[in-house]
Design a protein around this ligand. Structure first.
Ligand code: C2O
Ligand code: CU
Length: 461
């Protein structure tokens, strides 16, 4: 176990020794944005009734941040909420001190305070940013947005490039965020907080204007707390998957795309003249999520390049250092007791008195629980076993890992991801090169599970 004080000293140390120059390309453009977290509102219903939210720059999703690969992103962040918060840059192989994990990589930004995030973006792709403090409440109330890093051949204004940000909100009968259920042990021990209102780009069943003909790219992003979403297009129109979790992949075609919380999948539709509807099909019924209106006259000639190289090549895990992670807990699970702050306690006791329900290797996780110390440059194989009755979206900070994924049909497909959805009983090796020094979280992105013990720290030095 690493205690909190060690974390702070380490974090402070790395800031004073700032190792930025080697990551920043000489003469990099600095792309500046400002984000303010504050209370705000949006309307998810036809009658225009406002739902009170917590938002970045009073917008849901938060403002779309764009930068070009190789640039430095500088975000001045102001916290006008009445509670501390931080911003995590999900999927960015970031500088550790800019990763936005409170009490681990930085002190939380207190109400009224500012913090400037400053880091190079060296990978092109679809990313997102979100609160990482009490994220089970702060993200559920709206504190997130998308970040697109453009590759050299891509343009800032491309009207064939569409972001599809999906969220499910848990609203009460007054169309307000159901706040009574925050912290519900039922949610925390089962599948997490599931909403009842699906929005796309912050609107209920919006119509998206697209080009009249030719190719379009849809960047699908799931920002829900816990819901696994599945998307399909009208008439079973095929989608070409060109990248997952930001990184390009070997292009393949599908009729449906399943996306766990925090995952991204970019797809290309070749003939958008045929595109009219986006459906969410995870519940077994085809729920209309958005419409497409192929009318735009003026559109770019931009074409998506297929089969771009992944961020890094698949590594052989024969020589990898094996780190086993046995995940247990939750409702209908097999965890009787677990270690929590040095003491073995029954699951019932942990649930009732600490709101802890999940464990890695018999220990309740947290930002102060060390899972492994690894050497910089090592090849690591996280052998993760989901020995629980629930799916989990396992996310590693600061790195992308290779996984032989079965998510797109029966056949295994090697994908480079930062978040992998594990089915109950599934065992997988998540293989990565530990090339980024620092303290990195590995946790479930079902945000209630994370809060209830599904997470820990991998220290790379
Ligand atoms: Cu997107 Cu630790 O999170
Ligand atoms: Cu989980």
């Amino acid at each position: 176990m690493i205690n909190r004080r060690t974390f702070f000293t380490q974090a402070a140390l790395s800031i004073s020794l700032i190792a930025l120059p080697k990551l920043v390309q000489a003469g990099s453009t600095i792309r500046r944005y400002q984000l303010t977290a504050n209370t705000g509102s949006a309307s998810f219903s036809e009658d225009g009734k406002q739902t009170s939210l917590w938002l970045y720059n009073n917008s849901t999703p938060g403002p779309l941040l764009k930068a070009r690969k190789g640039e430095v992103l500088e975000v001045e962040f102001i916290n006008k909420l009445d509670q501390p918060t931080t911003i995590h840059w999900h999927g960015i192989r970031n500088l550790n001190e800019m990763d936005g994990v409170p009490d681990l990589t930085q002190a939380a930004v207190e109400p009224g305070d500012k913090f400037t995030y400053w880091f190079p973006v060296n990978d092109a792709g679809t990313f997102w940013y979100h609160s990482h403090n009490k994220s089970w409440e702060q993200v559920a109330r709206g504190l997130y947005g998308a970040l697109i890093v453009l590759d050299d051949d891509e343009t800032f204004e491309d009207d064939r490039d569409h972001l599809i940000v999906a969220d499910d909100w848990l609203l009460d009968e007054n169309v307000q965020i159901d706040s009574a259920s925050f912290g519900s042990l039922g949610h925390w021990s089962h599948g997490g907080r599931l909403g009842n209102t699906l929005t796309i780009n912050g609107a209920f069943m919006p119509t998206i204007e697209i080009a009249a003909m030719g190719q379009v790219r849809l960047r699908l992003l799931n920002t829900t707390n816990a819901r696994i979403l599945s998307f399909a297009l009208n008439d079973g129109l095929p989608m070409k998957v060109v990248s997952v979790d930001g990184s390009p992949c070997k292009t393949f075609e599908v009729e449906k795309v399943t996306i766990s919380p925090a995952q991204r999948v970019d797809v290309v539709v070749e003939d958008c003249a045929q595109l009219s509807r986006l459906f969410e099909i995870s519940t077994g019924t085809r729920l209309e999520a958005a419409g497409f209106n192929p009318t735009k006259k003026k559109t770019s000639q931009q074409r998506v390049v297929y089969n771009k190289p992944t961020y890094y090549n698949q590594v052989d895990n024969v020589n990898a250092r094996l780190i086993e992670i046995h995940m247990q807990g939750g409702a209908m699970g097999n965890l009787a007791s677990a270690l929590f702050e040095g003491e073995e306690r029954s699951l019932r006791d942990l649930a009732m008195n600490e709101s802890k329900l999940w464990a890695f290797n018999g220990q309740v996780g947290g930002y102060n629980v060390n899972l492994a110390d690894v050497n910089l440059g090592d090849i690591i194989s996280l052998r993760v076993w989901n020995d629980s009755a629930w799916p989990h979206a396992m996310h590693l900070h600061g790195h992308h890992f290779w996984v032989e994924s079965e998510e797109f049909g029966q056949e295994e497909k090697a994908l480079l991801r930062d978040t992998y959805l594990m089915q109950p009983g599934e065992k997988k090796d998540l293989v990565f090169v530990a090339d980024n020094p620092g303290l990195w979280l590995f946790h479930c992105h079902m945000l209630e599970h994370n809060a209830a013990g599904m997470g820990g720290v991998i220290s790379v030095s």
